[in-house]
Write a protein of this length. Structure first.
Lengths: 145, 104, 265
């Protein structure tokens, strides 16, 4: 093993030994974006092609916007990531999932929605981007229950 | 102090002919996921990592738009009983927690 | 509000219309999806820790608490409550019985054990977490509250009488809100609990995780809160009145398979 390679491996080992806190990246500008367009730009998405291969399973009506369950499956071969954008939220980018070897491009999560709006899911596969949207209505509740 | 977590990892699908099934993971996290709207200091999970037998297979960046006490479901290709699944989270205030389970 | 929301409200106003049926179906789908991934289990976990924790002057856990089926027997215990307990000579519901064990097994005073019976999202109360844990152990079992003992029958009659009894500055009774079929407050349904079919789904889904507050709510809390909303004095925790009402509702809904801690809006 040559000296450079050893040095690089050593540096890598030292980096991996650091606590999670200093390693984890978080896309501050994308998550801080106030419009869906800026949010998508922040994660490097320009003009995603609409795709029916992205399945968004969510109730049409959410009784309480504090918890809106959304189940996403991408049937696009080679999907490497899925991003969830809540179009009318103050900060539209809700989450981004990167799938490595062995993971399926699937996720179910609960999100907060203030009002009836479109949920946009963007999948990245083979260097290209695809998207699908689904409208979810948000109601309010009364007392009791 | 990080709140409790709960995880369940099970095998689904697959058959005796050797067709691969999936590993279904459901993880619950106790966390306020406080938003900017609340007027309280922002406190929400930013990163979630899912590891299979010590190797990261899913890396997620999440935000205050995720509901309080987040619940996530993930799926892995194939899998076997006894596989080690670990889910760890890290929040914007530097707090973290992790939980591990064996696939049942 | 926007068009879509107004449309939802309009559909709900005309209960018989096809649109309203679709709305109902979609809300059912929402509830189903939420329950498939609900934080309620986190409260069950917390409850398990508390059940096993040594506390009070006696420094013992609740693991020998007799919830009706014998000391420490959890499976099916919640499904058999409320019931008459000889050692206390009264009918008790889950929370009253937990309090009894805290006092008799752990040596805790009533004052200390009930200092904070209703918690919040940041810090659930002991009662809430314990209720979640104990109730979860009856998941999948039929609700069979006690009916044979004279005091159980008396509690049922008292509960039924209280359900109809108008009192307080507003002259309210349970029937003021829960007296007719098909009533609701905004979009919250108000089940008419005298009818078994309505009581059954209620009985099968309490205690519960409350989505709007991210907290956990119990039947004692529900009774307490209803009395407050009716502008009546706050009932004492585990009082005869609250236990009687809970018993009445549970007996009316008996036979239903308990689904485990539920999820409420």
């Amino acid at each position: 093993m040559n000296r450079l390679r050893r040095a690089l491996l050593g540096a890598l080992a030292a980096l991996l030994a650091k606590p999670l806190a200093s390693l984890a990246a978080w896309n501050e500008s994308a998550f801080g974006a106030k419009t869906p367009q800026d949010a998508l730009k922040g994660i490097g998405v320009a003009n995603p092609a609409p795709s029916k291969e992205i399945v968004i399973d969510a109730p049409q009506i959410a009784e309480n916007g504090a918890v809106v369950p959304i189940e996403i499956t991408s049937n696009i071969p080679g999907t490497s990531s899925i991003a969830v954008v809540l179009e009318k939220n103050p900060f539209p980018l809700a989450a981004k999932f990167d799938f490595g070897e062995g993971a399926l491009p699937y996720v179910k999560l609960n999100v907060k929605m203030a009002e009836t709006a479109d949920v946009r899911v963007v999948a990245a596969a083979g260097g290209r981007h695809y998207s699908a949207t689904r409208e979810i209505k948000v109601t309010i509740g009364g007392c009791g229950g | 102090m990080a709140g409790p977590m709960k995880i369940r990892a099970t095998l689904a699908g697959g058959n005796t002919a050797g067709a691969a099934g999936t590993t279904e993971i459901r993880v619950l996290m106790s966390h306020p996921m406080t938003t900017a709207q609340s007027g309280q200091p922002l406190h929400f999970i930013q990163n979630v990592t899912v590891k299979l037998n010590g190797r990261a297979v899913i890396e997620a960046e999440v935000s205050q738009a995720v509901s309080r006490n987040p619940v996530f479901s993930f799926r892995l290709k194939g899998g076997a009983k006894g596989d080690r699944i670990e889910v760890a989270w890290l929040d914007n205030q530097g707090e973290s927690n992790r939980i591990e389970t064996a696939v049942a | 509000m926007n068009r879509a929301f107004a449309g939802v409200l309009l559909s709900l106003a005309f209960c018989a219309s096809a649109a309203a049926q679709d709305v109902k179906k979609e809300i059912e789908r929402y509830r189903e999806m939420v329950s498939e991934g609900s934080p309620a289990e986190l409260f069950e976990l917390e409850g398990e820790t508390l059940w096993k924790k040594a506390q009070g002057p006696q420094q013992v856990s609740l693991e020998k608490c007799d919830l009706g089926l014998g000391p420490g027997i959890l499976k099916g215990a919640y499904a058999a409550l409320p019931r008459y307990f000889k050692d206390a000579d009264r009918v008790m519901d889950l929370e009253t019985r937990l309090l009894h064990c805290m006092m008799t097994l752990q040596g805790r005073s009533r004052e200390e054990a009930t200092r904070r019976v209703f918690g919040n999202a940041d810090r659930p109360s002991e009662m809430e977490s314990l209720s979640a844990y104990v109730a979860a152990q009856s998941r999948g079992m039929k609700m069979v509250p006690g009916e044979s003992h004279p005091k159980e029958r008396a509690a049922y009659e008292l509960g039924r009488a209280l359900y109809f009894r108008r009192a307080g500055s507003w002259d309210f009774a349970c029937t003021s809100c829960h007296g007719e079929e098909g009533k609701r407050i905004r979009l919250q349904e108000l089940p008419m609990l005298i009818k078994p079919e309505n009581a059954r789904s209620v009985v099968a889904s309490w205690p519960a995780y409350r989505i709007s507050t991210s907290g956990f709510i119990t039947m004692q809390w529900r009774m307490n809160n209803c009395y407050q909303q009716m502008r009546m004095p706050e009932p004492a925790f585990g009082s005869d009145a609250t236990v009687a009402l809970i018993h009445f509702i549970t007996v009316t809904g008996k036979g239903e398979v308990y689904r485990g801690p539920g999820n409420k809006r």
